[in-house]
Write a protein that binds this ligand. Structure first.
Ligand code: ZN
Length: 387
C-alpha cells in the first residue's frame, strides 16, 4: 500500500510538570506586552496570576481579558480584539479550556484580517497573525495543537468551524497540574471530547499512517484513565495520562479531522447550549452504530486495543464489542440523554431539519467512511430525542 500524508502540529510543545517555567525562555521573542485570554474561573483558581508572575519576572507586561461567559461567539471575540488593540499588545496567550483557546486564536486572526469572522467559513484563514501561546487547563479540546477554531455566529445561531495553518500556536504549554482544579462535569465533558476526537480521526476517510498510531494510543489511555480521574480528581498519574491523550487526539484531528459526531454535535451546542463534550458524548454511540459498517476493521482494532475484544475475535465481533464498551463508559460517566439534560424536545424536533442542514454544511459528516445523507442525520437526531 502506498503511504503518503501531510502532517502538521504546533511547532513547539512543552509538556509535563513545570512546563510553564520551562517555557519561560521562549517568551521574550514574542514581545513586551501580552493579552491573556482566559476565563473568570481560571483567574479565580490562581492560574492567571501564575502566568502573569512568570511574565513580569521576564519584564513582560500583561492585560487580562476574561469576559468569556460561555462558548465563544463573535461578540465576545470583537470585545477581545478591542482590548488587544486599545492596550497595544504584541502577542496573545490563551489560557483555559476550549473557549479561551479558540477565542485567543480568533482574536489573533481578526486583529489582522478584514471583515468579520463568519466571512471566513469554508476559507483558509491566513496572514501574519500576532504570536500565539496556548496553555490548556482541561484535558480535552486539543485546541492547543490544532489549526481549528469553533465559534457561534450570533447572526445565524450556527456554530462555525474555521481553519487555517496560521491558527496553529507558536508555542503550546501543557502541564497536567493546570487541569487538577477542573470540576467533575468539565473533566467528563472534555475527556469525552478527546475520546471522540481520537475515535473520529482514526475512522475518518482522511486518516493516515501517522495519526493511526497516535489515535489508538489516545483511545487506550482515555479508556484506562477517564474513570480514575472522575473517581479521584487528585490522581496525578491519571491526570497526566489524560493530558497526554488529549494532546495526542488534538494532533490527530489536526491532520485527519472529525466526522459525523462533531458534525451533528455543533448544532446541538449552538441551539441548545449543551457543552461541546457532552453533546459529543450524547451522540457518540448512535453515530458510531450508524458508521460501524463503513470502517468495521478500524472499530475492531479499537475494540482489541482497549481489551474489549480479543485478538482471535473477527472484525464483526470486535467492532461491536467496542461499541458496547463505549456504551458502558457513557453509562458509567452518567452522560445524560437529551430529555435528562432538560432540552425542550418539541423545539428539538422542530430544529432537526436545520441542525441536519448545518451538520452537512460543516463538512465533517463527509469525512465518515460511509455516505451520510441529511435524512440519515435527521434519523439519528430522532433516535436521540426518543431516548
Ligand atoms: Zn471536539
Amino acid at each position: 500500500m502506498v503511504i503518503n500524508f501531510n502532517f502538521t502540529s504546533a511547532p513547539c510543545t512543552i509538556f509535563g510538570e513545570g512546563a510553564l517555567k520551562k517555557a519561560s525562555p521562549y517568551f521574550n521573542r514574542f514581545g513586551k506586552k501580552a493579552l491573556i485570554v482566559t476565563g473568570k474561573i481560571i483567574t479565580k483558581a490562581g492560574l492567571t496570576s501564575q502566568v502573569q508572575n512568570m511574565l513580569s519576572e521576564l519584564g513582560i507586561e500583561s492585560v487580562v481579558f476574561n469576559d468569556l461567559p460561555g462558548e465563544p461567539d463573535d461578540i465576545m471575540i470583537n470585545n477581545g480584539i478591542k482590548v488587544y488593540k486599545d492596550e497595544e499588545c504584541d502577542f496573545i496567550i490563551g489560557l483555559g479550556g476550549g473557549t479561551p483557546l479558540d477565542s485567543a486564536k480568533a482574536i489573533a486572526a481578526m486583529s489582522v484580517l478584514p471583515g468579520k469572522l463568519a466571512d471566513y467559513a469554508g476559507k483558509e484563514m491566513s496572514g501574519a497573525f500576532p504570536p500565539l501561546v496556548l496553555i490548556p487547563t482541561t484535558a480535552g479540546t486539543g485546541s492547543e495543537v490544532t489549526k481549528f477554531l469553533v465559534f457561534t455566529d450570533t447572526a445565524t445561531d450556527a456554530k462555525l468551524l474555521l481553519k487555517g495553518e496560521d491558527l496553529l500556536p507558536d508555542l503550546a504549554i501543557i502541564d497536567y497540574n493546570f487541569t487538577i482544579s477542573s470540576p467533575e462535569t468539565i473533566t467528563i465533558a472534555t475527556g469525552m471530547d478527546a475520546l471522540t476526537h481520537a475515535i473520529e480521526a482514526y475512522t475518518s476517510k482522511r486518516a493516515n499512517a501517522m495519526t493511526d498510531m497516535i489515535c489508538v494510543d489516545a483511545v487506550k489511555r482515555i479508556f484506562e484513565n477517564i474513570k480514575l480521574v472522575v473517581e479521584n480528581p487528585q490522581n496525578k498519574s491519571a491526570r497526566e495520562q489524560m493530558s497526554l491523550a488529549a494532546y495526542e487526539a488534538g494532533i490527530c484531528i489536526n491532520n485527519s479531522s472529525v466526522t459525523l459526531v462533531h458534525g451533528m454535535s455543533r448544532p446541538i451546542g449552538a441551539l441548545f447550549h449543551v457543552p461541546h463534550g457532552i453533546s459529543n458524548a450524547m451522540l457518540l454511540v448512535e453515530c458510531l452504530r450508524f458508521a460501524l459498517d463503513g470502517a468495521k476493521e478500524k472499530f475492531a482494532d479499537l475494540g482489541r486495543a482497549i481489551g474489549a475484544a480479543s485478538y482471535s475475535d473477527d472484525d464483526d465481533k470486535a467492532s461491536v464489542s467496542f461499541l458496547y464498551a463505549l456504551q458502558d463508559l457513557t453509562m458509567a460517566l452518567k452522560i445524560p440523554s437529551l430529555r435528562e439534560y432538560g432540552i425542550d424536545l418539541e423545539k428539538f424536533e422542530n430544529s432537526e431539519e436545520k441542525m441536519a442542514q448545518d451538520a452537512i454544511a460543516s463538512g465533517s459528516p463527509g469525512n465518515t467512511c460511509k455516505i451520510v445523507t441529511k435524512e440519515d442525520i435527521v434519523s439519528i437526531y430522532e433516535i436521540l430525542r426518543k431516548k
